[in-house]
Design a protein. Structure first.
Length: 119
């Protein structure tokens, strides 16, 4: 399984800003449209926006990439950052629980990203 390195950078960036339970799902076989989902959440709107800004900053600085689009930033309940080959989902904690993407995509393998992102 080969994941975009930028997806791992995004996960590490969210984790650095205290994103809650940041996970990376390998989506290539399950969905076929993107290679990975990065899923994280914040305690409040301010933290969600901070997570989005940090992910965008770190991916740009380390991989030279910007999202193709960012949706949901105004309300900041669920922000979707589309990088083409991977998607970052930044949720408010209660919104994440409601939509439960990890359960929806339970067949998608979880990636052990911490070692990969730092190595």
């Amino acid at each position: 399984m080969t994941l975009p390195g930028a997806a791992l950078v995004a996960a590490a960036a969210a984790d650095e800003k205290l994103g809650n339970d940041t996970v990376v799902l390998a989506m290539e076989e399950a969905l076929g449209v993107v290679d990975a989902f990065v899923v994280t959440s914040g305690r409040n709107v301010r933290q969600v926006r901070t997570l989005v800004e940090e992910v965008e900053h770190q991916v740009k600085a380390r991989n030279g990439r910007s999202p193709l689009s960012v949706e949901g930033l105004r309300d900041a309940g669920w922000v979707l950052m589309d990088y083409g080959d991977f998607v970052v989902h930044v949720f408010l904690e209660d919104v994440r629980s409601f939509y439960d993407l990890e359960h929806l995509w339970i067949a998608a393998p979880r990636v052990r990203w911490r070692a990969e992102a730092t190595g």
